[in-house]
Design a protein around this ligand. Sequence first.
Ligand code: NAP
Length: 460
Amino acid sequence: MSIQTINPNTNKTIKSFDEMTDKIVDAKIEKANLTFTDWKKTSYQERADLLHKVADLMRAKKTDLAKIITLEMGKLLSQAEGEIDVSASILDYYADNGETFLADKILDPEHGAAIIRNSPIGVLLGVMPWNFPFYQVVRFAAPNIMVGNTIVLKHASIVPQCAEAIEKLFEEANAPEGLYTNLYISGKNASKLVADKRIKGVSLTGSEDAGASIAMEAGKHLKKVVLELGGNDPFIILEDADIEKTVEWAVVGRMNNNGQCCVASKRFIAVEAIADKFLEKFKEKLSQMKVGDPMDPNTELGPLSSEAAAVHLADQLNRSIDEGATVLLGGKRPEREGAFMEPTILTDLKPEMTAYYEELFGPVASFYIVKDENEAIELANDSQFGLGASIFTQDVERGKAIADQIDSGMVFINHPTWTQADLPFGGTKRSGFGRELSELGIHEFVNKKLIRISGLNDPF
Ligand code: NAP
């Protein structure tokens, strides 16, 4: 197991980190547990002040932090700066709204009085992926710090400097030691930690395999778990869609983050009346994308996060081609160093082919033509995932009626699936369970404690 920064633009190793020993991990969890006994007594104001401070520091260091993201996982620098902005906005959002979201709920029972009080539960384990190395962490940590919980975080092994930078932001904001703590450990060891009595809940964002491993441990040890897993989002193009805008959003939906978003638009499903027109323009735009160094402001498509990710994607493509899929554009690794893949469009996909059901985590669009709206809905739902979905139509009522029939956690009309602090995020089916962000996200790891006040002579 290696925890390393390897620049995916060159595949050169930049820095290595030692995995923490069991003894160190134990001491870190113990400290987080001790800190919980104090942190749970702090006021919402104190917690909010801390989150605002972390947000301010993040904004002040935006470019430096963004460069670490780009160095470690290859995101375009401008998009990495955007990620820092969104992350800071999430910290502010929970600082500003957390107290209201967590306020006592007054009930009106038949006798006496009752309230529901939201109490913190203790140390939480976060297991996070590399694809949005700041945003993913913040959307889990910010609401829970506001609740009064404390956090131990196992970040993806390929972004250790991002992990380090986030922990440092909390230190610089004068967070008490043990409130937010990195664990430099392997995924396997993270699963084992779920059994620890001091860990009261676990949240994982990542692949189905990692999710299943964590959920198995959580089930065995009766711990609350939130899972944000993969997706194979449909992008439905109806005959009345505005073609220019739809193509623009299709490019963003598929290629943002070099094609590595859980909620990327992955399956483009066009009704036959508009399919040729859409495909011609979509293909033209993808073929013109400037592939290169993600630090270069002129680059439009950078590398995948690692050589292993590029090899895996190339293997999925090759298997699909062998199984009969047609490549309309790209389909190969470009002749250059780094973890690159050409912008690619696949078509003629059938359920027995690799690319039909598997998530393709990179710049590869699957293209389907259907007869009509009903076929589009049927195909959209023919997936084990259910994260996001997009519908492009100029008739919003029609879009809403279709949204009702799509099995996914989020449906966007005339936009690719996207995220902001005040909108809930999460999926259904094998995309996981639980929600992050918005008011929903702050209620995942709380004890909703009933406090009942009765008159001594009230009936039993
Ligand atoms: P991954 O391999 O599952 O890694 C995610 C995290 O889980 C990493 O910290 C990883 O550690 C850890 N991990 C790996 N195996 C584990 C195990 N057996 N037990 C416990 N933890 C384990 O996922 P990835 O390839 O980095 O990320 C891509 C996947 O995440 C895609 O499927 C994507 O759709 C999904 N994703 C979902 C969302 C969402 O909100 N739904 C958001 C972003 C990404 P190591 O790095 O040490 O292996």
